[in-house]
Design a protein around this ligand. Structure first.
Ligand SMILES: *[C@@H]1O[C@H](CO)[C@@H](O)[C@H](O)[C@H]1NC(C)=O
Ligand SMILES: *[C@@H]1O[C@H](CO)[C@@H](O)[C@H](O)[C@H]1NC(C)=O
Length: 202
């Protein structure tokens, strides 16, 4: 990097910042691709078209969060504006009130399911806590299917705006997904040479 001219660096930075969503931006490790994908989650919190609901109340009653179970099936779009963006997938999963002492944590388990674009049919699995309701939420990206087989990395979710529809508030969060994909050239047919392992000693 020391020999890199400032102009070249600027060109690289500009290319990265203007690259559209859903495009791998850098290969950083031999044999690995580091992919940065940005999607926008649109969550309708109430009303007839709610995409998130509390399915189990806390047995402790009152306002207790500990033991609650919530499920969601939110829209994923390629932009923050509902009327000027494309649907690219769903953000499906659950979050559980799992903090009995302060900080009142949530445990979240989410799948990013692509339903359009170059990753249509592929999914990413995210796992992680919410420790602070005001801060960006970081999750481990623990794996994937389809074009994301063998993926690993992390995601950062940040609230960007809220808007209202006639029967609900909709929360919009930007989700940056950073994934190392070991075989970018992955074909969807498994390699021919797998060693079949015995599940018992022979
Ligand atoms: C996504 O893939 C499914 C299954 O192959 C296909 O039916 C559907 O039309 C695709 N959607 C888009 C938007 O390309
Ligand atoms: C959107 O609403 C949520 C929940 O009320 C709030 O936590 C968040 O800060 C709001 N985001 C913005 C960008 O105003």
């Amino acid at each position: 990097m020391a020999s890199c001219s400032p102009l070249l660096l600027l060109a690289v930075l500009l290319a990265v910042s203007s690259s559209p969503s859903l495009v791998p931006v850098a290969a950083q490790y031999p044999g690995d691709w580091l992919t940065h994908i940005t999607v926008y989650m649109h969550e309708t919190v109430s009303g007839r078209h709610a995409t998130m609901l509390r399915s189990v109340q806390s047995p402790l009653g009152g306002n207790s969060m500990f033991g609650t179970v919530n499920v969601l099936d939110n829209e994923l779009r390629d932009g923050p504006d509902r009327w000027a963006s494309n649907l690219v997938g769903r953000f499906q999963g659950l979050f559980v009130g799992s903090g009995v002492v302060s900080p009142p944590g949530l445990m979240t388990s989410m799948n990013v399911v692509f339903t359009a674009g170059k990753y249509n049919g592929s999914t990413l699995a995210l796992l992680g806590p919410v420790l602070d309701f005001e801060a960006p939420v970081e999750r481990s990206l623990v794996g994937g299917t389809g074009r994301f087989r063998m993926a690993r990395g992390y995601s950062v979710m940040t609230s960007v705006r809220n808007y209202t529809t006639p029967d609900s508030v909709v929360l919009v969060d930007k989700i940056d997904l950073y994934a190392k994909i070991r075989y970018q050239e992955i074909t969807l047919t498994p390699p021919e040479k797998f060693t079949r392992e015995s599940l018992f000693d022979e």
